[in-house]
Design a protein around this ligand. Sequence first.
Ligand code: NAD
Length: 399
Amino acid sequence: MLSGFNYHQPTALRFGAGRVNEVGGEVARFGTRCLLVTAKAWPGVEPLYDRVLASIREAGVEVWHFDEVPPNPTTETIARGAAVAKARRVDVVLALGGGSSMDSAKAIAVEATHPGGAWDYLFYKSPQPDSRTLPVVAVTTTSGTGSHVTQVAVITHPDRRDKSALYNALLFPRAAIVDPELMLSVPPHLTAATGFDAFTHAFESVLHCGGSPYTGLLALEAIRLIVSNLPRAIADGRDLEARTAMAWADTLAGLSIASAGVSLPHGIGMAIGGMFPHVMHGEALAVVYPAVMRHTWRADVSRFARLARAVDPAGRSTTPESDAERCVDAIESFLDRIGMRLTLAGLRVPVEELPALARQSLVLPDYKNHPKVVDIDEVEAILAESFGGRVDQPLPESA
Ligand code: NAD
């Protein structure tokens, strides 16, 4: 029997090739002074920046460009962006870029309008951001984070080596433009890492205890699209059909996590990103996925079996148990196909940091939403398996 559930999604979606030309009109709905938030220019992006700035000005909106967003944005970046937003008294923040730019825009929208810094408004703190929060418009240029349709802003506190999140319905972008033509320039490894991030959102939405039939529909369709289109987008970045399918899958997966959420792999992945910011978010997830699957599939045979059938539709088995167990192989062979079979050693995570990393992996509550709620010993085992090479001695005490 269908049980009750909630679903909420306030973001106006503008999806399709060429839709970036509508950005000026979307921004003008929210005021006449705009802060454009982006990463430093990547090769070939200047014409896009110019096109977006021109579209905003043509709509009668004044615009200032803050282009200092690094991957895994920090509290310092947010403070610098918020200072510009305050000084210019902007009405609206426009993000153009990947998750780092979109999350920075959301955090700037809070820090520019509230006492203290964005870090003071993390999901578990009080008070929470209020209606002073500036409206955000998002134009995504990667297919991975779904941030254009979520209420989440992930930021890192470098001194604490802590990656955490603001989570508030006021942070849903008011409008999101998803133009797959903007993703044609994403290089192969970034395509793989971001595409796997979208995959994990869909996958973990199905595992999440707050998932619903609605998010299940969105998530399974996202997995189906990603499994068939991500290898194509990696092989030929100019394949607009594959890029379009990935942009749609990323959006579906983002819609899923906005109403369901993520689970254990994200708890560990966020800890990796906070302690080792050189590791891309999608890499941090890929490196632990096989071990997490091995340690936890038995806890919910029916969900893992459903996921195995979605990831590898050709490989149906005879019993739900064998299907569920097949999830491990299905994930490993998918990671092989997209060149994302990684090790913590290969990602330059020092073995002596593993105990601290294990402790940090249980700081965010994500692990409690996984079918199996692991303890510190099991996280250490997962990290040891993900390290690569042999870590068969007890892990050393961290400094
Ligand atoms: P990113 O935004 O960090 O971008 C990485 C780099 O890719 C950029 O510096 C830029 O140089 C380059 N780039 C971006 N678009 C490009 C394009 N079209 N062509 C060529 N190069 C391009 O990467 P991301 O994976 O999109 O975002 C990661 C961040 O998002 C992490 O901090 C992660 O934790 C966060 N995240 C947020 C949510 C959410 O719901 N808010 C969900 C998942 C992840």
